[in-house]
Design a binder for this molecule. Sequence first.
Ligand code: F6R
Length: 608
Amino acid sequence: MCGIVGYIGGRQASGILLNSIKRLEYRGYDSAGIATTIGGKILLKKDIGKIDEVDKKVNFSELKGDIGIAHTRWATCGKVTKDNAHPHTGCGGKIAIIHNGIIENHSELHEELAEKGHRFVSETDTEVIVHLIEDNYKGDLKEAVLVALKKLEGSYALGVIHSDHNELVAARNDSPLIIGVGDGENFIASDVPAILDHTKKVIYLDNEEVAVLKKDGLEVFGLDGNKREKEVHEVDWDSTQAEKQGYKHFMLKEIFEQPQAVTEAIKGRVEDSNIMIKDEIGLSEEQIKKINRIIIVACGTSWHAGLVGEFMLEELVDIPVEVEYASEFRYRDPIVDENTLVIAISQSGETADTLAALREAKKKGAKVVSIVNVKGSSIDRESDSVIYTYAGPEIGVASTKAFTSQLVVLYLITVYFGKLKGLLPEEQVRNRVRDLRKLPLQMQSVLEEKDYIKLHAEKFYQRKNALYLGRGINYPIALEGALKLKEISYIHAEGYPAAEMKHGPIALIDKDMPVVFIATKDDRTYKKVLSNIEEVKSRGGEVIAIESKGDDDVKKIVDHNFYIPENSYILTPILAVIPLQLLAYYIADLKGCSVDNPRNLAKAVSVE
Ligand code: F6R
């Protein structure tokens, strides 16, 4: 994964790079480094640890120069060591590079270059790139990069500097890279938040493109060396959105941003009984009526959103829906034809498995509509059409506001299809829209219970295990609650359909096993869930229930209650997940965990 940034301009590069790379720490945080060039020399500092820790050790501000590159690493090839941290330099110490991606043929290249006398100091795949560039350098940095790239197999987002050149060369293939266009200065970065303090003008590099950035201009080329014209986009995020704004963690801020994020996802898309997503979805009425199968592909939390979407779509649109782990989809020769609609869901738009699934679906003739948060991302650009979630930058590694916004978009698609197919009469659409509009205020009221949820976190943060159970449309919420807890607090947690408990997990239940039930009143399996709760209680389990306000039946039989307001059955998950996000957050914080950057995880999983 890793985050990379580069700067060329009139200011000292190291300070700018340090701030920018911190904004990308969600992409990786096991080591960090910066290289600059000044006076015909490359200056470089790097070490293991999070960026602030590394900065304390090495003091990046000592690096002078107004051209530089920086990297925050999530180790893929080679252990977490200082030598393996980026930037990497060639034998002559005149070229330095940063890389995000994986070079698949690095062993062969290593052998070839070593035979030619290149000395390697790291275990990384990246180091072959810098030696390859060095090997092909004949006075023109861009030309050397172009020759080197043609020999690489795999993915890369690259930043390259040379001590004799006043330029920064960048390239991308299957790893994200944007160019920030400034006034008398230019930037490269893995993601937009890194450069928002300096510019909102962005160029999205495509695969197999190389850019040469100078202080006062830039040019983009194909691998054939031919110049390409690129459009400059204006991004609508601002830098304050990428700051904590007084919250202790990004995750907490993002949980609290959910009413606003959901409002943004609805804005301009509903009016009375109209769902206005026709242009975004890019499908004609005729095409929609012909859809006989929907396949949703996604990973992690986005996959859980897909599972909720399956309930929504099958219930209201009467089309069979399958939800696939994107990582499995393309390895099992899926049956897809032109009447199959594939919906890819991804916050980052860069998840390698989801991107690969999307490509496979397109190859087989399916239309791919994606639900994406990050504009300009690979999934955004490769889909037939995209419906944005408009949740704003999500920086905490654990996804929260992107999830609830994805559910809103899935709901919009569902009601839109239902209306077009004549399954939802006008009156029902109007009611569905009314239900949707209730959400932001209802979400706000759940968030106001934060102190009460925190009190419960204090009771449970020292436990070692937890079980999350739900049925029907709330079963994916049980999965999501368990995922949130385990990924940020490292407490082992399992999500199960409540009735499945009897087929195995019930053996785990004793007084030390907290069991979280989603037991909302409007759920059609409500009565069955009550029985499942009784089964846990009679085996000594401690039950925490997410329940509908005013429901005394659940209250009577459980140990702890979190209430959510009532809404229609298919919108309940959007409310039910909030107490679970907060519970996981407060537990992780009480345990002193690194909430925004949990160990081993990265925000955008751009490797398969
Ligand atoms: C969990 C989480 C991950 C992501 C998954 C897919 O909190 O954030 O499970 O949901 O890596 O990421 P996107 O949605 O960016 O494709």
